[in-house]
Design a protein around this ligand. Structure first.
Ligand code: 0O2
Length: 194
């Protein structure tokens, strides 16, 4: 329940940033947001994979993504801008940042991962709860969703050449991001011309 409350709080924060920025700058830096609380079976599986017995203490210590939010942005600069705006809020503590955009995973996966901690105010106490926020562009999201589907189908036993093809597709997606960002910057410049 506490993880759900933390997700609800962060969703509200992100929606406010999205609407207010759109109002002030005529550009919404967030395309869409999804959230989930990890299922108990998936938590136990992840703990065992990391070599821990499934206890509440182990979940608190070793699982950062029980509460998860995915923020999908139109352009790469939007990803960093939204992350910056969130990080500057007084009650949001950035615990860890993994920048897989600057340094993609070997398979080509790109996203900015933030582990944040936020206070959840309950009837008799305040709990500081960790939430994983995955931030990515539409192109990165497309690649990650399809990659996840394909690997699930092959259960890790991908045919020859499959990984190379996926890595090449990730490079194409990154190129698409660069081209779309350049087009966006051109429209921004022309709209600010007198
Ligand atoms: P699910 O089912 O999506 O939640 P760590 O806790 O740092 O030791 P962890 O949690 O693996 O290790 O960290 P990492 O690398 O930041 O990955 C966290 C999540 O990012 C994953 O959660 C995926 O959702 C996503 N992710 C990471 N790598 C890939 C990838 O190569 N492809 C895709 N499609 N998604 C990826 P889970 O728990 O693995 O899975």
């Amino acid at each position: 329940m506490i993880y759900k409350f933390a997700v609800d709080e962060l969703m509200t924060k992100l929606k406010i940033l999205s609407e207010e920025f759109d109002f002030a700058h005529q550009h919404d830096p967030i395309e869409h947001i999804i959230s989930r609380v990890k299922r108990p079976e998936a938590i136990v599986r992840k703990l065992r994979r990391k070599g821990h017995e499934p206890t509440i203490e182990a979940v608190r210590e070793h699982i950062d993504d029980v509460a998860g939010i995915r923020v999908v942005c139109p352009f790469v600069p939007d990803v960093y801008m939204v992350a910056g705006m969130l990080g500057r809020q007084d009650d949001v503590e950035i615990v860890k940042t993994k920048d897989y955009i600057d340094d993609p995973k070997p398979n080509g996966y790109r996203s900015l991962h933030l582990i944040v901690r936020i206070p959840v105010f309950l009837s008799d106490r305040v709990e500081r709860v960790k939430v994983e926020i995955q931030m990515r562009t539409i192109a990165m999201d497309f690649w990650a969703a399809v990659e996840h589907k394909l690997f699930y189908k092959y259960e890790g036993e991908a045919p020859t050449g499959f990984r190379e093809e996926l890595r090449a597709a990730a490079i194409t997606a990154a190129d698409l991001d660069r081209r779309m960002t350049a087009l966006h910057e051109r429209t921004q410049m022309s709209s600010s011309e007198p």
